[in-house]
Design a protein around this ligand. Structure first.
Ligand SMILES: [Zn+2]
Length: 470
């Protein structure tokens, strides 16, 4: 590519010769190794156990040792503890449209603290509660094998497999309650994360990830859908005018999580590709990533390629020869294993990499684009990526070693503040800011790359803060 060659020839550096970026080329090999023990058979045992609680409806018994949501949460706690992980049980007393009487709603959460950046958090979650046709029916058997025993089993399997490793960042494993009654458990955990001051880099919400055929006979066991919001739900009023002028409709952090998962799947060789769905959730429906989005935390939902609507939210019955109900025999555990592997590789990669920076792009009425960002602790290099405004995935990229050496002086630009190491700056000659979307990711010493943060309004992996009015 012509302008890329020009870019290379124009690289100049301030100060001493830069050290080469110390980045082994095999992070994907390590991720494949980490997720190799992930077991569909193990998750089948977990789903069978979850089903054995009869119903896990949020309004079911919290004290019965064998049946109901309380028993299911307690059993999940025992599993987490058996992996040597500390647990918490964030709760809230809720009354609402689907909770007629004040009810204690609790999540069961295990925390694997990061060894270097414990406040940088990546969350995997599924909802442990279940339902039948009538969302208020808390007595009938509601196996919830796939919705969302599959996501809960993946959360427990993630804890089993990843707790054997150490990561610089923190991994949170969450079984959420109250999803079917109005995304209650998601809100409880999002509020808890905010109260703790966690820097939530990514939330992977797994809801219905364990079947591969629809009621119409359409089957697909080689794709998983990743659903991500476009314009971010937070700060919309303030962001709208900027976005209208500068773009960024496709560059909320959640969308870059979607791109990250898509790129990761291509390197794992597990027979699974990502179908990026560019909407917050399925048409007219919701999930537990939404309360996180509302607080400004980056989050995406993973769900099967083909849903089977006869096998979710249904009373167990057979009508005119059609079998209804969310039972374990409808599930595909080989498929669930693949979706779990993609999840866990993403958790391991994101917990291994520093969070992405917050780049800004400038270059109006200029032949060049200038990207500027503050250094991220722990990053030894940055990957600058860019794509055409109508492309769905990053097309061009260039890795730069740490900030002192990435600085490319543009004629006439005072390099002083950059030389102090306070600011990273890259000038991309002949790249018109009008025609591309730019982004930057952080790279760890062992080569793990964070998701990309786009240099657009609202692109930062942080809750949006409106600029102060003068
Ligand atoms: Zn669900």
């Amino acid at each position: 590519m012509k302008f890329f060659a020009l870019l290379l020839s124009s690289v100049a550096l301030i100060g001493a010769a830069p050290p080469p970026a110390q980045v082994p080329s095999e992070p994907y090999a390590r991720l494949r190794q980490i997720v190799a023990p992930v077991s569909g058979a193990e998750m089948k045992k977990t789903v069978a156990k979850l089903v054995s609680f009869g119903t896990r409806h949020t309004l079911s018994s919290q004290t019965d040792p064998k049946r109901g949501i309380g028993a299911a949460l307690n059993w999940t706690e025992t599993r987490f503890k058996s992996f040597g992980l500390p647990t918490i049980r964030p709760c809230d007393t809720v009354t609402g449209r689907r909770v007629p009487n004040p009810t204690r709603v609790c999540d069961m959460v295990a925390i694997q603290a990061g060894t270097e950046r414990p406040n940088d958090v990546v969350i995997i979650q599924g909802h442990i509660d279940s339902r039948v046709t009538d969302v208020m029916n808390f007595t009938s058997d509601a196996p919830g094998a796939n919705d969302d025993g599959s996501g809960t089993a993946a959360v427990i399997e993630a804890a089993r497999v990843l707790s054997k490793h150490k990561f610089p960042g923190t991994i949170v494993y969450a079984a959420l309650s109250g999803e079917e009654q109005g995304l209650l458990g998601g809100k409880i955990l999002a509020d808890y994360a905010k109260a703790q001051g966690w820097n939530v880099v990514t939330v992977l919400n797994n809801d219905i990830i364990g079947n591969s055929c629809g009621a119409d006979g359409l089957c697909d066991d080689t794709h998983v859908r990743v659903l991500s919001e476009g314009p971010r739900s937070q700060g919309q009023d303030e962001l709208a005018a900027q976005t209208h002028s500068l773009g960024g409709e496709n560059d909320a952090p959640s969308r870059n999580i979607s791109r990250f998962l898509d790129g990761l799947a291509d390197h794992l060789n597990i027979g699974l590709d990502v179908r990026q769905i560019w909407r917050t959730d399925r048409f007219g429906r919701g999930g537990d990533h939404i309360p996180f989005l509302e607080l400004g935390f980056p989050a995406a939902r993973l769900s099967v390629a083909v849903e089977n609507y006869n096998w979710q939210h249904q009373d167990l019955r057979t009508e005119n020869g059609v079998v209804y109900g969310d039972t374990i025999d409808h599930m595909d555990f080989n498929y669930l294993e693949k979706v779990a592997k993609l999840n866990f590789a993403a958790l391991a990669a994101i917990a291994s990499a520093p969070p992405p920076p917050e780049p800004k792009a400038e270059g109006a009425v200029s032949t060049d684009t200038t990207l500027t960002w503050n250094p991220v602790p722990g990053a030894v290099a940055y990957q600058v990526r860019w794509r055409r405004t109508d492309a769905n995935q990053w097309q061009e990229s260039r890795r730069f070693a740490n900030c002192i050496s990435v600085i490319i002086p543009k004629p006439g630009l005072a390099p002083g503040k950059a030389a102090s190491g306070q600011v990273c700056q890259v000038v991309l000659p002949h790249a018109r800011v009008d025609d591309w979307v730019f982004g930057v990711s952080s790279v760890s010493k062992d080569g793990f790359e964070s998701p990309v943060a786009s240099a657009v309004p609202g692109g930062a992996f942080k809750p949006y803060i409106a600029p102060k009015k003068p």
